[in-house]
Design a protein around this ligand. Structure first.
Ligand SMILES: [Zn+2]
Length: 136
Protein backbone atom coordinates (compact mmCIF):
# COMPACT_ATOMS: atom_id res chain seq x y z
CA UNK A 1 0.00 0.00 0.00
CA UNK A 2 2.96 2.33 0.42
CA UNK A 3 4.27 2.08 -3.10
CA UNK A 4 7.92 1.82 -3.98
CA UNK A 5 9.19 4.08 -1.21
CA UNK A 6 9.53 3.06 2.41
CA UNK A 7 8.34 5.61 4.90
CA UNK A 8 11.64 6.16 6.64
CA UNK A 9 13.94 6.79 3.71
CA UNK A 10 12.91 10.38 3.13
CA UNK A 11 11.21 13.29 4.77
CA UNK A 12 7.81 14.46 3.64
CA UNK A 13 5.08 16.99 4.05
CA UNK A 14 1.84 15.44 5.25
CA UNK A 15 -1.41 16.33 3.52
CA UNK A 16 -4.71 15.46 5.13
CA UNK A 17 -7.83 16.83 6.77
CA UNK A 18 -8.08 18.35 10.27
CA UNK A 19 -10.22 16.13 12.48
CA UNK A 20 -11.72 19.22 14.11
CA UNK A 21 -13.28 20.29 10.80
CA UNK A 22 -15.25 17.04 10.69
CA UNK A 23 -16.00 16.38 14.36
CA UNK A 24 -16.91 19.53 16.35
CA UNK A 25 -16.20 17.80 19.67
CA UNK A 26 -12.56 17.48 18.55
CA UNK A 27 -12.29 21.14 17.54
CA UNK A 28 -8.94 21.67 19.24
CA UNK A 29 -7.51 18.27 18.36
CA UNK A 30 -4.49 18.68 16.06
CA UNK A 31 -4.93 15.19 14.58
CA UNK A 32 -5.69 14.68 10.91
CA UNK A 33 -8.05 12.24 9.26
CA UNK A 34 -7.53 10.63 5.88
CA UNK A 35 -7.11 10.36 3.06
CA UNK A 36 -3.51 10.98 4.09
CA UNK A 37 -0.92 11.81 1.46
CA UNK A 38 2.83 12.24 1.82
CA UNK A 39 4.55 14.76 -0.46
CA UNK A 40 8.19 13.73 -0.77
CA UNK A 41 11.09 16.14 -1.16
CA UNK A 42 11.21 15.39 -4.91
CA UNK A 43 7.60 16.60 -5.26
CA UNK A 44 6.00 13.21 -5.82
CA UNK A 45 3.07 12.20 -3.63
CA UNK A 46 2.00 8.89 -2.13
CA UNK A 47 -1.43 8.24 -0.69
CA UNK A 48 -0.49 6.23 2.39
CA UNK A 49 -3.87 5.87 4.03
CA UNK A 50 -7.48 6.06 2.95
CA UNK A 51 -10.06 4.62 5.34
CA UNK A 52 -12.31 3.81 2.39
CA UNK A 53 -9.67 1.53 0.92
CA UNK A 54 -7.32 0.45 3.70
CA UNK A 55 -7.91 -1.32 6.98
CA UNK A 56 -10.45 -3.69 8.36
CA UNK A 57 -13.66 -1.81 7.56
CA UNK A 58 -12.28 -0.45 4.33
CA UNK A 59 -11.63 -4.03 3.24
CA UNK A 60 -15.13 -5.01 4.33
CA UNK A 61 -16.58 -2.15 2.24
CA UNK A 62 -18.48 -0.84 5.25
CA UNK A 63 -16.36 2.11 6.26
CA UNK A 64 -18.52 4.64 8.09
CA UNK A 65 -15.59 6.59 9.39
CA UNK A 66 -14.86 10.25 8.86
CA UNK A 67 -13.42 10.88 5.44
CA UNK A 68 -11.93 14.17 4.33
CA UNK A 69 -13.10 15.88 1.16
CA UNK A 70 -11.90 18.81 -0.89
CA UNK A 71 -8.45 20.35 -0.81
CA UNK A 72 -6.19 18.80 1.83
CA UNK A 73 -4.21 20.85 4.35
CA UNK A 74 -0.58 20.53 5.32
CA UNK A 75 0.10 19.18 8.81
CA UNK A 76 2.21 21.57 10.88
CA UNK A 77 4.43 20.68 13.82
CA UNK A 78 2.58 21.37 17.07
CA UNK A 79 5.70 22.86 18.57
CA UNK A 80 7.43 24.94 15.92
CA UNK A 81 4.93 25.07 13.04
CA UNK A 82 7.23 23.66 10.37
CA UNK A 83 5.78 21.12 7.97
CA UNK A 84 8.44 18.58 7.08
CA UNK A 85 8.54 15.27 8.92
CA UNK A 86 10.10 11.88 9.13
CA UNK A 87 6.95 9.76 9.14
CA UNK A 88 6.41 6.43 10.83
CA UNK A 89 3.29 4.29 10.87
CA UNK A 90 2.07 1.76 13.40
CA UNK A 91 -0.49 -0.88 12.51
CA UNK A 92 -2.42 -2.80 15.15
CA UNK A 93 -4.38 -5.97 14.66
CA UNK A 94 -7.12 -7.06 17.01
CA UNK A 95 -9.03 -10.25 17.71
CA UNK A 96 -11.66 -9.53 15.08
CA UNK A 97 -8.92 -9.83 12.49
CA UNK A 98 -7.85 -13.20 13.85
CA UNK A 99 -11.43 -14.46 13.76
CA UNK A 100 -11.90 -13.23 10.23
CA UNK A 101 -8.69 -14.87 9.06
CA UNK A 102 -9.60 -18.12 10.78
CA UNK A 103 -12.68 -18.13 8.59
CA UNK A 104 -10.98 -16.75 5.48
CA UNK A 105 -7.35 -17.88 5.56
CA UNK A 106 -6.72 -16.72 2.00
CA UNK A 107 -7.35 -13.04 2.78
CA UNK A 108 -4.33 -10.72 2.80
CA UNK A 109 -3.98 -10.42 6.59
CA UNK A 110 -1.74 -7.36 6.46
CA UNK A 111 -4.55 -5.31 4.91
CA UNK A 112 -6.94 -5.93 7.80
CA UNK A 113 -5.44 -3.75 10.48
CA UNK A 114 -7.84 -2.43 13.14
CA UNK A 115 -5.99 0.65 14.24
CA UNK A 116 -3.46 2.84 12.51
CA UNK A 117 -1.28 5.59 13.93
CA UNK A 118 0.97 7.92 11.97
CA UNK A 119 3.70 9.81 13.80
CA UNK A 120 5.71 12.65 12.34
CA UNK A 121 9.09 13.59 13.78
CA UNK A 122 9.66 17.24 12.95
CA UNK A 123 12.88 17.69 10.99
CA UNK A 124 13.26 21.20 12.42
CA UNK A 125 12.79 20.74 16.17
CA UNK A 126 12.60 16.97 16.63
CA UNK A 127 9.14 17.03 18.23
CA UNK A 128 7.18 13.81 17.66
CA UNK A 129 3.68 14.70 16.51
CA UNK A 130 0.74 12.32 16.46
CA UNK A 131 -0.64 13.00 12.99
CA UNK A 132 -3.45 10.47 12.69
CA UNK A 133 -4.82 7.84 15.07
CA UNK A 134 -7.82 5.91 13.83
CA UNK A 135 -9.77 2.84 14.79
CA UNK A 136 -11.09 1.08 11.77
ZN1 LIG B 1 8.87 21.23 15.02
Amino acid sequence: MLGPKTLDEDTAQVLGYPLGDYNPSCKDDPDFIGPLTLRWSDGTESCVFDSEIHGYHGEMESSAKLHGEGAPRKFACGKCGHDRFRVTAQFDYWDACDDLLDDEPDLPAQDYFCNIIFFGTCTTCGHVNSILDMDL
